[in-house]
Design a protein. Structure first.
Length: 75
């Protein structure tokens, strides 16, 4: 899938991956997609919760070589 912006949140611990994703999404327009990589084990819970609370769509969540990859479509 194509994406409009990328965020490397590897090495960051809760709540920093979600906070950085929120800031990065603010710069995007509705419908654009953010690709985020994170290796914080809490991100598996935090990112879907953040998307649900903020109204963003978690398009995809997959395991990558160094953590998880999230594709988030801005509401």
């Amino acid at each position: 899938m194509t994406y409009d912006a990328e965020l490397d949140a590897k090495g960051l611990l809760c709540p920093l991956p979600v906070l950085k994703a929120r800031k990065r999404l603010q710069a995007l327009t509705s419908g654009q997609v953010l690709r985020m990589e994170a290796d914080d084990p809490a991100a598996i819970i935090d990112v879907p919760h953040f998307c649900g609370e903020a109204g963003h769509e978690l398009v995809e969540m997959t395991d990558g070589a160094d953590g998880q990859i999230y594709l988030i479509r801005k509401a």
